[in-house]
Design a protein around this ligand. Structure first.
Ligand SMILES: *Cc1c(COP(=O)(O)O)cnc(C)c1O
Length: 339
């Protein structure tokens, strides 16, 4: 890339977009500067803006809320399933039946695919488009169909810690609706339809660098292998952890790419301290429901989602990445079981 001297929107980006679209099984991929931009542009491509309502969940790290609010639309939150912590299709349907919703963002949280069959069935009944947030689910698949190809348009992040990560920020949308891809291509470059001619409002500068695209092209062939290793680690944890106060996420097949391995306990602070005492790093994804975030809670005075709130109070993320060795996982399991 350096020798070529072409740093933005050049041959590496074009090749990566083709390769990632082929990997996901979509006609198009449009690379961007971040996953958050991908969410905002996907919404804008679907015509979301002021006066519109977008349904999502409140336990997925605020990303969708930020994108919805950036467009001028209003988020409405569905409750989550108490075991999988993914959107509850039944609650989603209840909301769709009770008010006008203009789009739905479904997050495949922690790398586990949501129940797209029910979600798409209920959404199609009302003619509501569905966006997948695949920022934690690169490569997850069900019946041969990959995350990113399961709804109208999908969003990815290539932040370094994601299952497919660049050496910096990056993102993309995938879709098999070329008109949505064209809209996002314009939005990522000032709203231009051709050079210096802006035909679409609300454009940004949001492009993936050539260097990052080249890194992602080198890493993409390893993604399935890394995901398999992550799944092995998750399985090792789920079969090894045996503690009356801890719930594990169980084991899953290819519909899970184990982006994060998240356990639950009502005594999270105590477990966190127990792990910290042995220098085992852990984190909380995510501690605050979107509707309770200090910057936004004034917008959501009446929101009460007990399953979401309880999950935010109980989740704890253990180390899970392909380079982690079996004996390291076993040592963490032993320390947890001794709690
Ligand atoms: C990381 C992430 C994003 C945001 O991606 P950025 O590239 O950091 O903007 C969006 N949604 C989910 C679920 C994520 O995990």
């Amino acid at each position: 890339v350096l020798d070529r001297g072409w740093y933005v929107l050049g041959p590496e980006v074009t090749a990566f977009e083709q390769e990632f679209a082929a990997y996901c099984g979509t006609s198009d991929c449009v690379s961007l500067a971040s996953g958050t931009d991908a969410l905002e542009f996907a919404l804008r491509a679907l015509g979301i803006g002021p006066g519109k309502t977008v349904l999502t969940v409140a336990n997925a790290g605020l990303y969708s809320t930020i994108a919805i609010i950036a467009t001028g639309a209003t988020p409405v939150y569905a409750e989550i399933l108490p075991d999988k912590l993914l959107i509850d299709p039944t609650d989603m349907k209840r909301i769709l039946d009770s008010r006008k919703v203009d789009a739905i963002i479904v997050t495949h949280l922690y790398g586990l695919l949501a129940n797209m069959r029910s979600i798409l069935l209920f959404a199609r009944e009302k003619g509501v488009p569905v966006i997948e947030d695949c920022a934690q689910a690169h490569g997850a698949s069900r019946q041969g169909k990959k995350a990113g190809s399961l709804a109208d348009i999908a969003c990815f992040s290539f932040y370094p810690t994601k299952n497919l990560g660049a050496l910096g920020d990056g993102g993309a949308i995938t879709t098999s609706r070329p008109e949505l891809a064209d809209a996002v291509r314009q939005l990522r470059q000032y709203g231009w339809s051709s050079k210096y001619q802006a035909t679409r409002p609300n454009g940004h500068n949001s492009r993936l660098d050539e260097l990052q695209a080249a890194i992602l092209r080198a890493k993409l062939p390893h993604l399935d292998g890394w995901n398999a290793r992550r799944r092995d680690i998750a399985k090792r944890y789920s079969t090894g952890i045996k503690h009356p106060k801890i719930t594990t996420p169980g084991t899953h097949g290819e519909e899970h790419v184990a982006h994060l391995y998240v356990i639950r306990t009502a005594e999270r602070d105590a477990l966190k301290q127990h792990l910290a005492a042995a220098n085992i790093p852990c984190d909380i994804h995510y501690p605050i429901p979107d509707f309770a975030q200090p910057a936004y809670r004034a917008l959501f005075p009446g929101v009460h989602l007990p399953i979401t709130t309880q999950a935010c109070n109980e989740v704890l993320t253990l180390p899970c990445f392909p380079e982690l060795a079996d004996d390291e996982v076993d040592a963490i399991i032993a320390h947890i079981n001794a709690w």
